[in-house]
Design a protein around this ligand. Structure first.
Ligand code: CP
Length: 325
């Protein structure tokens, strides 16, 4: 695909966005062409983020509302920065302090926001399916910024972008996802997307952290032992244990979990030379990842964060396009 210069807004407006859907709700069903188009745009957007003046006029006059019913640092700040760097007017809405805390339904909140004529609503919600519910009812585009344990497509897209920047074409590469698969929307979105891009995905977790039927429903396999795979992984993605979503503990002690499933310096040293260690954040230092590894040479956690802003700028561009003026 021929790269376009998005820094030149006229070139940006001429570029092809036809492969992109109106909403971004899931990684399931995204085409390789759409993902490649996004990565080309994200590479250009990352250059904008590294300039002294980090601003494009591409979304000038467009309105984005970030609606967060769950806590967030990376996703919310990066969507806000992305919108502002593209010149859009960005409003941040969180459930606490809104009329949702007075009992307003999601449908009524959505209809209220839609009446203000935004161009894009970015939503994070504790209930799986909430972004689809909104997409059916709103006249603007909707982006899923994480719905319950279901999906987190922009995280998976920034992960795949980071992977491809570090280890090249993902076709035939082995990505090992380690940890609390049961509660991970990041794992679900990554499995869909990495499968589309031709990577092999192996989930490593205690049996209690793999839902029944998981590997029948998704294109990934389960393996109970990280040490068996460490020498053949091209990338290892560590996941946080999401205690806030657990009704009961799924393992006896943090220390035992860390010994069996944690990424420590000894395991990191056994990875192939080119292999990288990823984490969507927030990290639990000393549980799923040792601080020396999190801050070490193989970890690309902060690259993921930088790429998250660029990727979300590219998503805004591809969903909304330029102002045409
Ligand atoms: N990775 C991620 O979604 O982080 P936040 O919860 O901080 O947005």
């Amino acid at each position: 695909m021929k790269p376009v210069s998005l820094i030149d807004p006229k070139a940006a407006l001429r570029s092809d966005r036809s492969g992109w859907p109106r909403h971004l709700l899931s990684c399931d069903g995204l085409s390789i062409e759409a993902v490649e188009q996004l990565f080309v745009a994200a590479r250009e957007m990352r250059l904008v983020g590294r300039r002294r003046v980090k601003k494009l006029p591409t979304l000038r006059g467009r309105t984005i509302i970030n609606v967060f019913f769950e806590n967030s640092t990376r996703t919310r700040v990066s969507f806000e920065l992305a919108g502002k760097r593209m010149g859009a007017d960005v409003i941040n809405f969180s459930a606490s302090g809104s009329s949702a805390s007075k009992g307003e339904t999601l449908g009524d909140t959505a209809r209220t926001l839609d009446a203000m004529n935004p161009d894009l609503i970015v939503v994070r919600h504790g209930a799986g399916g909430a972004p689809w519910f909104l997409a059916e009812r709103l006249s603007c585009s909707v982006v899923n910024a994480g719905d319950g344990i279901n999906e987190h497509p922009t995280q998976a897209l920034l992960d795949a972008f980071t992977l491809s920047e570090h280890i090249g074409d993902l076709n035939g590469k082995r990505v090992v996802i380690v940890g609390d698969i049961a509660h991970s929307r990041v794992a679900r979105s990554n499995i869909h997307l990495l499968n589309t891009l031709g990577a092999e995905v192996i989930c490593v977790a205690p049996r209690t952290m793999i839902p029944a039927g998981f590997t029948d429903a998704l294109p990934a396999t389960w393996h109970p032992c990280l040490d068996d795979l460490i020498e053949t992984a091209d990338a290892v993605m560590m996941l946080r244990i999401q205690r806030e979503r657990m009704k009961q503990s799924l393992f006896p002690q943090d220390r035992e979990y860390s010994i069996r499933f944690g990424m420590n310096p000894e395991r990191a040293a056994r990875l192939p030379e080119h292999a990288i260690i990823m984490h969507p954040g927030p990290i639990n230092r000393g549980v799923e990842i040792d601080p020396a590894v999190a801050d070490g040479r193989r970890a690309v956690i902060l690259d993921q964060v930088e790429n998250g802003v660029a990727l979300r700028m590219a998503i805004g561009f591809l969903l909304l396009g330029g102002s045409g003026e």
